[in-house]
Ligand binder design. Structure first.
Ligand SMILES: Cc1cc2nc3c(=O)[nH]c(=O)nc-3n(C[C@H](O)[C@H](O)[C@H](O)COP(=O)(O)O)c2cc1C
Length: 178
């Protein structure tokens, strides 16, 4: 089984998460490539797909959305798992808001795609890495959620991420026959 993990990232943390997910699926015996959506050309040779994006202003990142639209037909016909990373998911309420208000929008770019599983993960807030407009936007968003507005905060729960990746590997093996 050939799997691709296609991700987007603004400041690198979702790339690391994608790589950890790929490593876990590889341990199940699958062949797994990792590509950034903005560099992904022809993805038609894969049996199964994991797609991941950070949430930016309540949406997936632009290159991720383009990737979804460009490959919508293919993705509707294959096993696909989707994960998002966000600052909001560092709290239970924020995570629930992402699940109900944001993930449906992320999926709407590829109509017909029915994910075998959806990962809703807390990511990394990285204020020192943001340019000024980004920092202002992020301070406003995070302040309204009651979170910190300076510094770097890594909220990733690796146990949760790895458990999800194992579940996805099992689901792909069931659908693709190993
Ligand atoms: C410009 C920008 C907009 C963001 N918008 C949101 C948002 O609307 N909701 C949210 O929960 N997190 C938001 N975030 C936080 C990111 O989703 C989170 O930090 C993610 O883990 C970043 O992943 P990356 O390191 O791969 O870029 C935003 C971050 C940036 C830089």
């Amino acid at each position: 089984m050939k799997v691709v993990v296609a991700y987007e990232t603004g400041h690198g943390s979702t790339k690391e998460t994608a790589e950890r997910i790929a490593e876990t699926i590889r341990e199940s015996g699958a062949e797994v490539d990792v590509v950034q959506c903005r560099q992904a050309d022809d993805i038609s040779g894969y049996d199964a797909f994991v797609l991941g994006t950070p949430i930016w202003a309540m949406k997936g990142m632009g290159p991720f959305r383009k990737f979804m639209r460009r490959n919508a037909e293919l993705l509707a016909a294959k096993p696909v798992a989707v994960f998002v990373t966000s600052g909001a998911a560092s709290t239970e309420k924020g995570k629930a808001d992402i699940a109900s208000g944001v993930i449906p929008k992320v999926l709407s770019d590829a109509p017909g795609l029915q994910p075998v599983s959806i990962g809703n993960f807390a990511g990394v807030l990285n204020f020192p890495a943001y340019n000024l407009p980004m920092r202002l936007v992020m301070k406003a968003i995070v302040r309204s959620q009651g979170g910190p507005t300076t510094g770097r905060h890594d909220y990733r729960d690796w146990d949760e991420i790895i458990a999800w990746a194992k579940e996805v590997a099992d689901a792909f093996a069931r659908v693709c026959g190993g």
